[in-house]
Design a protein around this ligand. Structure first.
Ligand SMILES: [Zn+2]
Ligand SMILES: [Zn+2]
Length: 152
């Protein structure tokens, strides 16, 4: 229905999400980026498969509950957020893109209205993985223009 690069959700739309045990619960207002599948080595290991990630402005987040939200500082630049009670993979942040936070799409309450638009780091997917050839695929990171969008 929407041919634009990113889904444009209605103004005032609220997306809700939570970890598996419900200890981390949040709401996001405004637009979410369509889904990018990251097959990089740390995302593959951290999620157990790959990260299907959307992204939103940090200022649009409201946490109803976050007492068990824990961050793994993988490098000085990037960190992964998870629930220390149930282990759900939740967020990813890059210090170079301080305004945005990636969210694992599976923790959002459906329907999300989002579409999967891109595979990145496809060369790092494991050998068992069957990449969906209908999704645009690159062996590297997000292309420059979309990288900029990532911080939106
Ligand atoms: Zn939890
Ligand atoms: Zn990754």
């Amino acid at each position: 229905m929407n041919k634009r690069k990113y889904s444009n959700q209605p103004a005032g739309n609220i997306t809700t999400g939570s970890c598996a045990c419900g200890s981390v619960r949040f709401q996001i207002t405004g637009e979410l980026r369509d889904i990018v599948n990251c097959h990089c080595d740390p995302c593959r290991r951290w999620t157990g498969h790959f990260m299907a990630g959307t992204s939103a402005q940090i200022k649009n987040f409201f946490f109803e509950s976050d007492s068990t939200l824990t961050w793994w500082e993988r490098t000085k630049e990037v960190k992964y957020g998870f629930c220390s009670n149930c282990g759900s993979s939740l967020f990813w942040e890059d210090r170079g893109r301080t305004e945005s936070r990636a969210i694992t799409a599976g923790v959002l309450d459906p329907p999300t209205g989002l579409k999967t638009v891109l595979n990145i780091f496809s060369n790092l997917a494991s050998d068992y993985h069957h990449l969906d050839e209908e999704i645009k695929t690159t062996s590297g990171d997000l292309p420059g223009d979309q990288k900029a969008d990532r911080s939106n």
